[in-house]
Design a protein around this ligand. Structure first.
Ligand code: SF4
Length: 363
């Protein structure tokens, strides 16, 4: 009598999830042709941006820069302008530097995770994603979605970023990649990410629809939302920020390009933080002089709003304002007046757009 060969749970899990992915994957443009440059751009854009927000920008970006060479030839201003609306502009700068490095070395997109990893802005995850999807290299790509899915499937304890948790996740990811002969590495990486993005959601996992629920230890234990464990948050810091909306005679808005990090290279409204023992107007006048070299006359206070960046809770107080001594011809050294219709075409932080929405100046 012959024995039926036993299929390992890892191999079974892999086959089940891959079969589900092939049937249910979202038809995204970068999945149609696994061109390394398109995969690279999409992975970088998706690092901090939702797929719905990224798609329109992605199409424009790869049409404008269809390969690393065209990006390398562009100026930083052109690259940041094409990235406008996606935020986290450091990603665009790093992609630009990497394209220039490849152009200088006279080579195309590297084919291995190790060589990709040496390029600016390419971390372990991005390198593995590009190598596996574009070149079929069996490198496990571990991002936030994959960490969440694996920590729930195998009840991995500990905090993200800490050695015991990350070590166990890496071990599981590598083992799953190698199971079943490491077939279709790019498909497998995307299947795990897709499960995390569409089914195993952070707050409420849809376990009833999950193709691998039978393999999921935390579901069996009824403890899905306990994984991954959350480290205590750093205490929030409260900041007050006075912001000036200065218009010229044509209704255009005065913006300045920021020269310091974070947000270096992005446009902002003249603004300044202020303490509880001074007025917002006084802070605005002071900061306008020291940071932007202009004399401001704050006018009507506009409706304020709150804006959160990481652990900074910013209370924003906008003012209409005028230049105390406008230069002839409306020229402001270091600043520029922008038509509200064009604001979404210049690189800027989301706070600028929020502030202008409050005063009815956005396109
Ligand atoms: S069963 Fe639920 S918790 Fe487990 S992987 Fe699926 S969606 Fe996530």
């Amino acid at each position: 009598m012959t024995e039926t060969p036993r299929v390992s749970p890892f191999r079974l899990l892999r086959r089940t999830l891959l079969a589900w992915f092939r049937k249910n994957k979202r038809p995204l443009p970068f999945r149609e042709s696994p061109d390394a440059w398109r995969v690279w751009v999409s992975e970088v854009m998706l690092q901090q941006t939702r797929v719905e927000a990224m798609l329109p920008r992605y199409e424009d970006f790869v049409a404008r820069f269809p390969d690393p060479g065209t990006l390398a030839d562009a100026s930083e201003d052109e690259v940041l302008a094409a990235w406008a609306g996606l935020g986290y502009y450091g990603r665009a700068r790093a992609l630009h530097r990497a394209a220039r490095q490849l152009a200088a070395e006279g080579r195309g997109v590297p084919r291995t995770a190790g060589s990709l990893r040496r390029l600016p802005g390419v971390g372990d995850y991005t390198a593995a994603a590009i190598a596996s999807i574009a070149f079929g290299v069996p490198a496990a790509a571990v991002d936030g979605n994959v960490r969440r899915v694996l920590s729930r499937l195998f009840m991995v304890e500990g905090f993200r970023g800490r050695a015991p948790f990350e070590g166990r996740i890496r071990e599981l990811a590598d083992r799953l990649m190698e199971a079943d002969g490491a077939r279709d590495p790019g498909g497998w990486n995307q299947a795990l990410m897709e499960l995390g993005a569409t089914v195993c959601a952070p707050a409420v996992p849809r376990c009833g629809r999950c193709p691998v629920r039978e393999f999921c230890w935390s579901r069996v234990a009824g403890r899905q939302t306990e994984f991954p464990e959350r480290p205590p948050r750093p205490p929030a810091v409260s900041v007050r920020l006075a912001v000036a909306v200065v218009r010229d005679g044509e209704g255009r808005i005065l913006v300045f390009r920021r020269s310091e990090s974070p947000m270096r290279g992005l446009y902002e409204l003249p603004c300044g933080e202020y303490r509880s023992d001074e007025s917002a107007e006084a802070a605005l006048v002071r900061e306008a002089t020291t940071r932007y070299g202009i004399r401001l006359q704050p006018g009507r206070e506009l409706a304020g709003f709150r804006h959160t960046v990481m652990n900074r809770r910013i209370e924003v107080v906008p003012f209409e304002a005028e230049l105390a001594d406008p230069a002839p011809g409306g020229i402001v050294p270091g600043g520029r007046f922008v038509d509200p219709q064009d604001l979404d075409r210049i690189p800027s932080g989301s706070m600028l757009l929020k502030a202008l929405q409050r005063v009815g100046s956005t396109p």
